[in-house]
Write a protein that binds this ligand. Structure first.
Ligand code: FES
Length: 104
């Protein structure tokens, strides 16, 4: 069963920045605002132990992990640049009463 988790206010997710938010299991998600939509992915790079919200650079819909310069499309989680080959987990996002919530 999917569980709904409320993460933060939608206006805390700002274009060009990456917002980290914790999940109940102790992992984190990374939130991005791209063209007025909010997207959520796992915060941990699939190539290594790098937090995308702390170590990543967002350029449009592409996040670059600065550890080894791999990239992902944050709207789909798909890897778009080596050495990243494994997709990021993504979460369905909805905005309810001005708050970001995801299904996990
Ligand atoms: S840890 Fe992210 S590209 Fe290597």
């Amino acid at each position: 069963m999917a569980e709904t988790i409320v993460l933060c206010a939608a206006d805390e997710v700002v274009e060009g920045e990456i917002r980290q938010a914790p999940l109940p299991d102790g992992s984190n998600v990374a939130l991005y605002r791209v063209e007025d939509h909010i997207y959520a992915t796992a915060d941990m790079c699939t190539h290594g132990e790098a937090s995308l919200s702390l170590e990543g650079m967002l350029n449009g819909k592409i996040v670059e992990c600065t550890f080894h310069f791999g990239t992902f499309d944050v709207t789909t989680g798909a890897p778009t640049g080596m050495p990243c080959e494994i997709p990021l987990k993504t979460y369905p996002v909805s905005i309810v009463d001005g708050k970001v919530q995801i299904e996990v």
